[in-house]
Design a protein around this ligand. Structure first.
Ligand code: SAH
Length: 362
């Protein structure tokens, strides 16, 4: 049985929506319907996203009555930091506790071009990729949009002390974003808003394991955000072995959906390709992969496997990684090898949470 981290006395169980789940216009509509002035919406947004308030009481330019009304209807989601680690390369990893005691991971990576945050969309995951730590305990629940937004606000608050800003967001933490689609889209709209955190669409990336119907839906949203697909194999047999989702949503159909996305949006896609030693990392795999993506407006991101103790994949030797990359390049494919960060702090997806879960159940 999974033990929660917070003690029952202080545990706040609430069914109220998070105020961070609301777009400004939705909040304004709520205010007007509740006998308040529309302009209060902007004031509240300022408190949430500019002053980064952690309670309604702090919102001193609102009447006491309105502050109470807000507290009756919403929660101002404050994530509790259960664990925080900082790597020698500046990567910060947070294990946050939700109101119901579940924990999620958020990672902040430092790049030359800015600070990038990797957010979680679900408590656990039900996709079952054979190499991934996030899926080990199955799916517990979806996150509300506001619980995803709160991760960005919380990390931004930590960065405020250093006078820095979260400039990029990748939706590549725990969970399958397209399995929590509506909340993910709502999250995108909220962090993108000029009145809020104002994170540019082109600075946001979402990654999916390949839920095909949602890829079509996503293409039709015509957003300017970056799109990545976890591919990991150049043919459908091998992909089914690595990723059970490929049995429901097969590679040829996935490629059709990706083509539709590119045509509809005019944007380039990224394919993530994890290199699993002796499994998918041979020159013939690279050749097959080059054929698969031929003519597509795309980029391939090679990820050296992150070691997960519960999984028995091994790393591809460095020379082999370069050989794989070279083969793709020789075929005219755009390819990079993912730079690794935060190795000393379990920064790869789900690792910290998996470790905590194990320690709790011990
Ligand atoms: N569920 C979404 C978002 C997760 S993104 C998706 O599957 O795309 C995280 C990326 O890291 C995915 O490409 C995932 O397949 C990959 N990944 C997960 N575990 C890994 C591991 N042990 N080694 C390398 N890559 C891994």
């Amino acid at each position: 049985m999974e033990k929660t981290l917070i003690d029952n006395e202080t545990k706040e169980i609430t069914q109220k929506p998070s105020i961070y789940s609301y777009e400004l216009q939705e909040l304004e509509k709520w205010l007007v319907e509740n006998g308040e002035k529309k302009f209060r919406g902007k004031q509240i947004y300022d408190w949430l996203y500019k002053k980064r308030a952690t309670s309604f009481e702090e919102m001193s330019n609102l009447s006491k009555d309105l502050r109470e009304k807000l507290a009756d209807h919403f929660v101002l989601t404050t994530l509790k930091t259960a664990v925080q680690q900082t790597s020698s390369d500046g990567t910060m990893k947070f294990l946050f506790e939700l109101h119901d005691g579940y924990t999620i991971e958020t990672v902040l990576m430092r790049h030359e071009y800015g600070n990038s945050i990797c957010v979680t969309t679900q408590v656990g995951c039900r996709i079952g990729c054979t190499f991934c730590a996030s899926t080990l305990g199955g799916l517990k629940r979806n996150l509300e949009a506001g619980e995803i937004v709160a991760q960005v606000v919380k990390v931004q608050k930590a960065l405020d002390e250093q006078g820095e800003r979260v400039s990029h967001v990748v939706i590549m933490g725990i969970g399958e974003p397209f399995d929590n689609y509506d909340s993910m889209i709502q999250f995108l709209k909220i962090i993108n808003s000029d009145d809020g955190l104002n994170i540019g669409a082109r600075h946001i990336t979402v990654s999916t394991s390949g839920i095909i119907p949602k890829i079509y839906q996503f293409a039709d949203e015509k957003l300017q955000i970056n799109f990545a697909i976890s591919l990991h194999a150049p043919n459908t047999e091998l992909r089914s072995r690595l990723m059970p989702i490929n049995r429901a949503y097969k590679l040829p159909d996935l490629m059709k959906a990706v083509k539709y996305y590119i045509e509809k949006t005019g944007r380039r896609v990224s394919f993530e390709y994890g290199l699993f030693g002796g499994v998918n990392d041979q020159v013939e795999h690279a050749e097959e992969l080059a054929k698969l993506v031929k003519g597509l407006k795309c980029h391939i991101n090679l990820i050296p496997v992150n070691y997960v103790p519960e999984r028995d994949y091994v790393r591809t030797p460095k020379e082999q990684i370069f050989k794989f990359e070279r083969t793709l390049k020789d075929h005219g494919v755009n390819v990079t090898i993912r730079r690794e960060q935060g190795h000393d702090i379990d920064a790869a997806c789900g690792q910290l949470r998996a470790k905590e879960r194990k320690e709790e159940t011990r």
